[in-house]
Design a protein. Structure first.
Length: 368
């Protein structure tokens, strides 16, 4: 499999620029027509714009360390193929939000743009206009390109704030109701520390449907050995001494000690056996798949729950985020319904509609 050469890397990081390399004014005019992918309320999204989103994706992946000179062509193609449906949805969503914002009279004035530029310069230790121009050139942008991008972000952010975030709320009563309705989310498992003795059954011995040895005498001997071990403990021999003498469990090296374990880490049959025991009590032997086991309860802490006051903010953040997403999806549905979307490619339309359907299916509202 061929890997990225230096030339391949340059092409990948400059996909958008590459599509513009054509000879003659007529060719340039043709590509403008050919690059129109979809019209949204009369505004166009071009192939070049979509490729610019691909470039941004690849840059993010590179900056996160997910791409380097060893990335293969096939891996790049797979990444872009998987990302394409979401990139199309994002492009249309952004355009619809910007159009709605402009209808509300939103725009970014010169003063705000200047503040943004100064913040960027400060954060990146850019001290001169020459450095600033070099940074923009390295990104393939002009000041006008940057302003358009910043204005889109500004409008999208403000539309979401006005039409979505400001309309979502959660009261303290609702937070309490969520807490009461979802106790498992705030459960703190009980912890149990045990000592065990195992009288192991032979690994290769034939068994019946119940898991007992077909050799009934051998099965009886196992059971008898387990009962004798318990009797020794009950009559005063230290549990750890009996472990050292008869146990086949790996925990034998540690005096049979197991834990502490969360209560949900123990088999239900063992939890049932321990029910009602006090520290120091010893269970009856129980037949398991590996032989006869018995346990001494060393310590146990009961299940508890995080206090509501400790998780109030967590609940508010979680439910607010869910509600905000539901509200955003609902708002976008309104924009989709009112929009006139004209596709120039049926294949692209099908990809978009499939991804949109998946997003809708995954965004079903919760009870809260």
């Amino acid at each position: 499999m061929r890997k990225c050469s230096g030339t391949r890397g340059l092409v990948i990081w400059a996909v958008a620029a590459a599509v513009m390399v054509l000879d003659g004014a007529a060719a340039a005019q043709n590509i403008v027509l050919e690059q129109i992918l979809v019209k949204v309320n009369g505004a166009i999204i071009t192939k070049t714009e979509l490729e610019e989103r691909q470039v941004q994706l690849l840059r993010r992946q590179r900056d996160q360390g997910n791409l380097d000179e060893n990335t293969t062509d096939a891996e790049l193609d797979d990444l872009l193929s998987q990302a394409m449906p979401q990139l199309i949805v994002d492009a249309i969503d952004e355009l619809l939000l910007v159009q709605h914002g402009r209808e509300l009279g939103m725009e970014m004035d010169d003063e705000r743009f200047a503040d943004i530029v100064e913040n960027v310069k400060t954060q990146n230790n850019i001290e001169s206009d020459e450095q600033w121009e070099e940074v923009l050139a390295a990104e393939g942008m002009t000041v006008a390109d940057l302003r358009r991008a910043m204005e889109r972000q500004f409008i999208v952010s403000n539309v979401q704030r006005i039409e979505v975030t400001n309309k979502v709320a959660m009261t303290d009563t609702e937070a309490r109701e969520y807490y009461n309705a979802n106790p498992d989310e705030f459960r703190i498992p009980g912890q149990i520390t045990l000592r065990e003795i195992l009288i192991a059954a032979p690994d290769d011995a034939p068994t019946n449907a119940a898991g007992l040895l077909l050799d009934t005498a051998a099965e009886a001997a196992l059971e008898g050995k387990a009962k004798d071990a318990r009797a020794s403990v009950v009559t005063g021999e230290p549990f750890s001494a009996v472990v050292a003498r008869v146990s086949d469990a790996p925990s034998k090296a540690n005096g049979g000690l197991v834990g502490p374990l969360n209560d949900d880490e123990l088999a239900p049959a063992v939890m049932e056996l321990l029910k009602g025991l006090a520290p120091g009590d010893v269970t009856e032997p129980i037949r398991t798949a590996i032989g006869y086991q018995m346990f001494k309860l060393e310590s146990a802490t009961p299940v508890s729950f995080q206090p509501f006051e400790d998780v109030r903010s967590e609940i508010a953040d979680r439910v607010f985020s869910e509600r905000r997403q539901v509200a955003f999806n609902g708002f976008m549905e309104e924009l989709y319904t009112d929009a006139i979307i004209e596709w120039k490619s049926d294949d692209l339309r099908e990809v978009y509609e499939a991804r949109l359907a998946a997003i809708r299916a995954a965004a079903a509202p919760t009870n809260f």
